[in-house]
Design a protein around this ligand. Structure first.
Ligand SMILES: C[S@@+](CC[C@H](N)C(=O)[O-])C[C@H]1O[C@@H](n2cnc3c(N)ncnc32)[C@H](O)[C@@H]1O
Length: 344
């Protein structure tokens, strides 16, 4: 049944990618009609492959392929889609709208502020960010805490190039001498020192082995250190993925069920957890889609390794699909999770 559903979804996705004209409203209706039944009565159908339910050998799987098809995309495209502001830079994760944000930039600032509070950051901390994007969390935290030191890890070469430019720009906190950038795979990066805090934002959907990741965290954290995980999550008994996202957007990407982190308490234990309603990510993705559409004339000539029309339809399908699913059942099933952890 799961394979059958996956084939239907792939059929629709590939027809759209190949040029099928279907109005966004009809597409959204289709998702809105089907997702509540799947979430409430048939959640196991949302795990189309065995690997979605099991832990992988490596911490993160298919990392190089992920960089090629998702993260090492032209910077101009991503600046337009995500926004390129001071001090937050492009931020490729949920914006927080629940606290009254009026626009995307404000929602991203509110989200970082909320994580600073939840992680109980203190001036003087040395913080590690696993999968640091373009340095949005680093630059914001460094601007608020004059004695914090920050280390960011990222495998995306183009995102690291963006940060290296900022590290030479005297206006950026990344040039303060308190920021260290490590370009590398979180599976392999070696560290010689321990950290007071670890933060990771929107990255664990690329992690296939949570147990191994949490063991790594416990080796990297000082004895009284804390870690904050911000992650897409789903409030069903099993993890979720889709054939379309696996093939075109996030190879081996999976959305962990809401209990996946607290249930692995061997090396690290969850001392607090929060569910952030899916409407926050729905609004963020809808903003990204609008900005993506509006910037077409500026980005259509860039190199995508395929013709722009095809690339545009793949990414439109992705932004439309995820944006709609997060809003389904009023955001109560698919949202984001925050977990605060200490040594077990
Ligand atoms: C969804 S983005 C989130 C970026 C950033 N945390 C933010 O909130 O804007 C995921 C990030 O994880 C990085 N990433 C994914 N897999 C990785 C790996 N195996 N090693 C290091 N970084 C990785 C990507 O390059 C990207 O920067």
């Amino acid at each position: 049944m799961a394979s059958l559903l996956n084939s239907v979804q792939m059929g629709l996705a590939e027809a759209y990618i190949n040029g099928l004209e279907i109005p966004d409203s009809l597409f959204r209706n289709l998702i809105n009609q089907s997702m509540p039944t799947l979430f409430k009565s048939w959640p196991q159908l949302l795990a189309p492959y065995e690997w979605v339910l099991n832990e992988s050998d490596e911490i993160a799987e298919s990392s190089q392929e992920l960089m090629e098809i998702q993260y090492d995309r032209p910077q101009i495209l991503l600046n337009h889609m995500l926004g390129d502001w001071e001090p937050i830079y492009p931020k490729y994760s949920m914006g927080l709208w629940d606290n009254g944000a009026h626009n995307l930039e404000e929602s991203q600032k509110h989200h970082i502020d909320q994580m600073i509070e939840r992680l109980e950051i203190e001036d003087g901390d040395h913080i590690l960010d696993f999968g640091c994007g373009w340095g949005c969390v680093a630059n914001t935290i460094l601007s608020k805490f004059p004695n914090v030191r920050f280390t960011g890890v990222n495998l995306s070469h183009l995102q690291c190039e963006y940060m290296r430019q900022k590290m030479k720009d005297p206006r950026s906190q990344l040039s303060s001498g308190r920021f260290q950038l490590v370009e590398g795979d979180l599976n392999k990066v070696p560290f010689t020192e321990k950290f007071d805090k670890i933060i990771t934002v929107g990255v664990l959907c690329h992690v296939g082995n949570l147990t191994a990741l949490l063991q790594r965290f416990s080796q990297l954290l000082n004895s009284n250190g804390k870690a904050l995980i911000h992650i897409i999550t789903v409030r069903i008994p099993n993890n979720m993925s889709s054939g379309f996202t696996h093939k075109y957007i996030f190879p081996h990407g999976r959305y962990w069920n809401h209990d996946a982190i607290p249930s692995r308490n061997k090396d690290m234990k969850t001392i607090d957890r929060w569910y952030i309603n899916g409407n926050n990510y729905h609004k963020t993705l809808t903003e990204w889609l609008t900005r993506f559409d509006e910037s077409q004339h500026l980005v259509s000539g860039l190199d995508y390794g395929m013709d722009y029309a095809r690339f545009r339809r793949i990414w439109r399908f992705y932004l439309l699909l995820l944006g709609t699913i997060f809003a389904s059942c009023d955001g109560e099933f698919n949202g984001n999770g925050n977990y605060l952890l200490t040594h077990a």
